[in-house]
Design a protein around this ligand. Structure first.
Ligand code: FEO
Length: 165
């Protein structure tokens, strides 16, 4: 059984993961309109992953005697300036999510909730990967700069990245 404190913290994380899915979805739609097919595919897929993160938390809350809440979500930004801004904001978002996850892990220890602590380790590992991926993408985009040919190849690589998974 989860305590009310832990349940509230997990529900607040449900809202954050759902919002991440929403933000990635808006970015994907923007990229698709720009003709960046590979970037769009990458972002659509990532939006699905964030939904999976949301559902995993919801099932856990319900299995542990709590009640997972479906949050109200704000509309994410519709337009981006440049693909670089997309990945900068992804990195910032993922760093914030990692901090949220760490805060829950910390709360679990304070509450002596070792079951939820164990469950949250999956998210800790996932965040390392999410941050790494965002940094790798940003490094590549920094190298490309304003080179249109480079952006074309970046987009094409992301398409292949998607189909290889
Ligand atoms: Fe589920 Fe990208 O954090």
């Amino acid at each position: 059984m989860v305590s009310k404190k832990v349940e509230n913290a997990l529900n607040s994380q449900v809202a954050k993961e759902a919002m991440s899915s929403q933000v990635y979805l808006a970015m994907a739609s923007w990229a698709e309109v720009q003709g960046l097919e590979g970037v769009a595919q990458f972002l659509y897929r990532h939006s699905d992953e964030e939904r999976m993160h949301t559902l995993k938390l919801m099932h856990y809350i319900n299995e542990r005697g709590g009640h997972a809440e479906v949050p109200a979500l704000a509309a994410p930004p519709r337009k981006m300036k440049h693909v670089m801004d997309v990945f900068k904001s992804i990195l910032q978002q993922e760093v914030e999510v990692s901090q949220d996850i760490n805060a829950i892990v910390d709360l679990c220890l304070k509450e002596k909730d070792y079951t939820t602590h164990n469950f949250m380790q999956w998210y800790v590992a996932e965040q390392i990967e999410e941050e790494r991926l965002a940094r790798t993408m940003l490094d590549k985009l920094n190298m490309i700069g304003e080179d249109k040919g480079g952006l074309y190849l970046f987009d094409r690589d992301l398409k292949a990245f998607g189909s290889a998974e």
